[in-house]
Design a protein around this ligand. Structure first.
Ligand code: ADP
Ligand code: ZN
Length: 661
């Protein structure tokens, strides 16, 4: 098979080049100086928007080739360059070169057949070698067919997750509660003639508890929980995906009533018809099969299908039609109240120092962990316990939690990575630049800590307390950009040279600048427009705006960043003595916290919030769950009655006056 495959490959390659361009390749400069300027060119032919064939005036061809050609990046640029060059050469408008456009087969369709041929080849090869070739432990010919079996896992009696273990997403719980009721008393719904929703898609960033919530739903309803990952349907063999979907649904039917959870459904649920070769159509078949199976369920099947994804935007709309996943439940990153309640959940099993009150600790930690997801918080609690164990303490204290947070943010401390004194100095001045710039910019986030101890994720780091804010003004964004540039500016001021250490900062600044101009319509020249920026991992598609707009955007981005840089330079030059003070103290102590900064710089000239109580002021009660919708409150009360014995929770309730989850 290998030989067959490779000879095919070479045939394709030969075809490809044969079809492509028999003439000679030249450069743009060649074209201008040796051909265009000498008046040898009759016309230009743009082929497939990719290269340009230069056709000579008859009899004037300087070579044995019929024509020469050159590559172009884009038709837009080519046209513009051609225009400029002819203008520069003083060619009259009516004598300018005619340009024709054409499409030709360049053999790439043959090349695009290649994957299919390889797959068929390898399948034939496997068949000839016999079932063992599949590697799935010789089950006779069954080996070949067993690839169509689902890889889903069924959890039956071992689900110990309940709603009380999921904190900080009360609205989502309320939405999903209906499914619990339905699984428990389907008759109540049937008697009323209600159509039961078949499923829901849980969306939101990773680690916010989507899987956990789905599992808790099964735990509450006391039904089996079947989980499968969307990527398990993607196999190279034709027909395996759909076969696995069929198998999965028959497994679900056997276990009904149950909850079927498909994690990362975007792997199979991508929008159809994007016309790529290879696996695409197989993925479409799998998706179609999924839709067919969902439609095949009726209200008496008693299977609720939940799916999780962090990319709801790329899902095929057919998935969301009524009768399929007709609910979309968003679980966002937790805010400060949400984080406090998630901390409460994860502090529950830990053995804490007796002077610590779990409630107060949870609030304190919530204020120290902006931007953390539920998974990060679980991680912090576990790390704290590990650190305490490493120090042979018999209980976990506040220091351990602080170290755990640092570790989750920055990665492991690298004791062995010794920085050269020169480098260490650079890092100290860089971080001091950030810290001082932030201190004197009104809209920058208050500083919590800066450190120059190298960690897994960088040489130094600074931790801030961002406001829980959802709308930003232009001025606020500018202040943040300036603070991010503070590191590089400080290097520039003190050493007159810059290092590679600011790459991450520059990336952030660039992203912010593009977002302001392309997404938020904050630039006067570009205007009130908004386009999606490509996300990480996206294929870069064609830009949705013209080449001219693209150039304008690039210019404006550059000018915005330059403005921010100059502003930071002015600020830090003025505060040079302060930066120096902070940098020297950093070199001496390696870690500075807010009290050190106060000591060195005096109070920050702007009001700022730092405690839990200040953060949640004016947003209702202190705890998030006292403002629960009525339905969930009753629900919780029932749960509470069942749990009455647990003294810990009684204490919590007394203190908060609310529901302890
Ligand atoms: P997702 O499926 O959204 O990526 P998971 O449900 O797998 O996230 O969450 C991973 C872990 O993070 C959970 O097992 C749990 O320990 C913790 N976690 C996440 N969100 C919460 C939450 N809201 N309450 C309690 N724990 C949470
Ligand atoms: Zn930096």
């Amino acid at each position: 098979m290998y030989v067959v495959g490779s000879s095919f490959f070479w045939t394709m390659v030969v075809y490809y080049f044969f079809f492509r361009v028999p003439g000679r390749e030249i450069t743009w400069k060649d074209f201008v100086n040796n051909y265009l300027a000498k008046g040898m060119v009759d016309r230009l032919e743009v082929v497939n928007k990719r290269f340009v064939r230069v056709i000579f005036v008859s009899g004037k061809s300087p070579h044995e080739w019929q024509y020469v050609w050159f590559n172009i990046g884009s038709v837009d640029t080519f046209e513009r360059n051609l225009e400029t060059v002819q203008q520069d050469l003083g060619i009259e408008v009516e004598n300018r070169l005619p340009v024709v456009y054409s499409t030709e087969s360049d053999g790439s369709f043959l090349l695009s057949l290649l994957p299919t041929i390889l797959i068929i080849g390898s399948l034939l090869y496997t068949l000839r070698r016999g079932p063992a070739g599949l590697g799935r432990a010789g089950r006779g010919m069954g080996g070949l067919f067993s690839v169509g079996e689902t890889t889903a896992k069924v959890l039956k009696d071992e689900i110990d997750v309940k709603f009380k273990d999921v904190a900080g997403c009360e609205e989502a719980k309320l939405e999903i509660m209906e499914f619990v009721n339905f699984l428990k008393n389907p008759k109540q719904y049937e008697d009323l003639g209600a159509k039961i929703p078949k499923g829901a898609i849980l969306t939101g960033p990773p680690g916010t508890g989507k899987t956990l919530l789905a599992k808790a739903t099964a735990g509450e309803a006391n039904v089996p929980f079947i989980t499968v990952n969307g990527s398990e349907f993607l196999e190279m063999f034709v027909g395996v995906g759909p076969a696995r979907v069929r198998d999965l649904f028959s497994l679900a039917r056997k276990n009904a009533p149950c909850i079927l959870f498909i994690d990362e459904i975007d792997a199979v649920g991508r929008k159809r018809g994007r016309g790529n070769f290879g696996g695409q159509s197989e993925q479409e078949n799998t998706l179609n099969q999924l839709l067919v199976e969902m439609d095949g369920f009726n209200t008496t099947t008693n299977v609720v299908i939940l799916a999780g994804t962090n990319r709801p935007d790329i899902l095929d709309p057919a998935l969301m039609r009524p009768g399929r996943f007709d609910r979309q439940i968003y679980i966002g990153p937790p805010d400060i109240k949400g984080r406090a309640s998630i901390f409460k959940v994860h502090l529950r099993p830990l053995k804490l120092d007796t002077i610590l009150n779990k409630d107060n600790l949870a609030r304190k930690l919530a204020s120290l962990t902006p931007g953390f997801s539920g998974a990060d918080i679980a991680n912090v609690c576990n790390e704290a316990a590990l650190i305490a164990a490493r120090h042979l303490s018999d209980a976990i204290n506040q220091k351990h939690f602080e170290q755990a947070i640092e570790r989750v943010i920055g990665g492991l401390e690298k004791k062995t990575q010794v920085l050269q004194p020169e480098e260490k100095k650079t890092v100290a001045y860089h971080e001091a630049g950030h810290a001082v710039a932030g201190w004197f910019l009104e809209h920058a986030d208050p500083l919590l800590k800066v450190s120059i101890i190298p960690r897994g994720k960088g040489l130094g780091y600074a931790q801030y307390l961002p406001k829980e804010q959802y709308l930003y003004t232009k001025e606020q964004l500018l202040d943040r950009m300036c603070m991010t540039l503070g590191g590089r500016v400080s290097e520039q001021i003190f050493f007159g040279r810059i290092t590679t250490g600011a790459q991450d900062d520059l990336k952030k600044v660039t992203q912010s600048a593009y977002a302001q101009i392309v997404q938020f319509g904050m630039n006067e020249k570009v205007g009130q427009i908004s386009f999606d920026l490509p996300r990480q991992g996206d294929m870069v598609l064609e830009k949705p705006y013209s080449e001219a707009t693209a150039r304008l955007i690039d210019e404006e981005v550059r000018s915005l960043i330059n403005t921010a840089y100059d502003r930071t330079l002015t600020l830090l030059t003025e505060k040079k003595a302060e930066v120096e003070k902070v940098a020297l103290r950093l070199l001496e102590k390696e870690v500075l916290d807010k009290s050190d900064m106060l000591d060195l710089l005096g109070p920050r000239p702007f009001a700022e919030k730092s405690t839990y109580e200040e953060f949640v002021e004016g947003t209702g009660s202190l705890d998030e769950d006292t403002s629960l919708p009525e339905g969930l409150k009753d629900w919780n009360k029932d749960r509470e009655k069942e749990k009455e014995e647990t003294t810990d929770e009684q204490v919590a309730r007394q203190i908060t006056g609310g529901m302890p989850f």
